[in-house]
Design a protein. Sequence first.
Length: 133
Amino acid sequence: MSMVDDARDDLERVGYKRPPKAHQFQKGKSGNPRGRPKSKLTFLQTFERALDERVTVTVKGKQVTKSKRELAAITLANNFAKGDLKAMALYMAITKACSPVTGDQPAADDLTCQEQTTIDNFLSRWRGGTDNG
């Protein structure tokens, strides 16, 4: 064999980490042309999208466009005003779940008086003080 034949054999050789030239990635083309498949929506995501859809309704003889979320809130408020107990219970549950912590409710990171006293006693002993210990 000549040197030319040896060079040709090196170029055409197929094996581990040497795929055939016809099956290698082509220059300028992606190895994954269709890309990663999109994930499926969860029920909650689908429900959120449905609530954000806008619909046209007639209110006092006029056509208005509102989201389904707005219409649900309006319906809940109207039923609450009529005295519907289920609407009242649902309203209370929603406001409790959605409202921020108010001043009359302790936040999760607020310490009780007893916890604060315990910490103060520990710190004074740790620093070498003589309070309660």
